[in-house]
Design a protein around this ligand. Structure first.
Ligand code: DC
Length: 221
């Protein structure tokens, strides 16, 4: 049976890396919903919109195409922005635009449409609680702020992205955690039926295996 898997958790907990691995293992499609909020923020900044202006951002979204390709590229209105949207400035801006309920409504509808066929692993903040409430497997992935900052730092270096220090990244991560967990619209929180996995001291393979084990009984049906 083809199922949907929801992976939520704070920024840089390893959600995308694990989701990608698991998708390859299962032959499923990975959808990184954070990339959609990042695209929204990126375009809003390019168009010099006020990030507090929910109406203007929603109007912009009406004429915006966001594609997540099977090989992991992010296309914004047809242009590959995979690298640009990973900048620290966009991370903070994405957190800001994601506070707006109408922006969320637009992107959630797109996500639900994408995953309707099942066979998807979606990662984000509200997947288990809002987007895919009926996902067979829900995981809430956490890690200490320092572990997450170190990973984001290593990722930046590996991808040739200009990076701040680990301490600065940790501060930004904590700031975003606060914004993401305290916003009124769909704040980051563990779904009641989600399994919590703390990845601070786990390898990528160990986390992938742990989630695979959760999915196995459903897939075997
Ligand atoms: O996962 P990420 O760091 O790429 O996400 C960027 C921002 O988007 C993050 O601050 C929170 C927001 N986000 C969200 O509100 N809901 C999602 N499903 C995914 C991301």
């Amino acid at each position: 049976m083809r199922i949907n898997i929801a992976i939520d958790g704070p920024s840089a907990a390893g959600k995308s890396t694990i989701a990608r691995r698991l998708a390859a293992k299962l032959g499923y499609v990975h959808l990184d919903t954070g990339a959609m909020y990042r695209c929204t923020a990126y375009k809003a900044l390019q168009e010099k919109l006020d990030l507090e202006d929910e109406k203007a951002i929603c109007a912009m979204l009406k004429n915006t195409k966001i594609e997540l390709t099977p090989d992991g590229k992010v296309l914004l209105d047809g242009k590959d922005v995979s690298h640009e949207i990973r900048q620290d400035e966009i991370s903070l801006a994405a957190s800001k635009v994601s506070r707006h309920p109408q922006v969320r409504k637009d992107l959630v509808a797109r996500q639900q449409q994408m995953a309707a066929a099942r066979g998807f692993i979606m990662d984000g903040r509200d997947i288990g609680t809002v987007v895919l409430k009926d996902a067979e497997v829900k995981v809430f992935m956490t890690a200490s702020a320092y572990a997450r900052a170190r990973r984001r730092y290593d990722q930046n270096i590996a991808c040739n992205i200009p990076t701040s220090s680990i301490e600065e990244i940790a501060k930004e991560i904590e700031e975003r955690d606060y914004q993401d967990t305290h916003r009124a619209a769909s704040p980051l929180k563990k779904a009641e039926d989600a399994v919590e996995v703390d990845t601070s001291d786990m390898t990528i393979d160990e986390v992938t295996e742990a989630i695979y084990k959760l999915a196995e009984p459903y897939i075997a049906k």
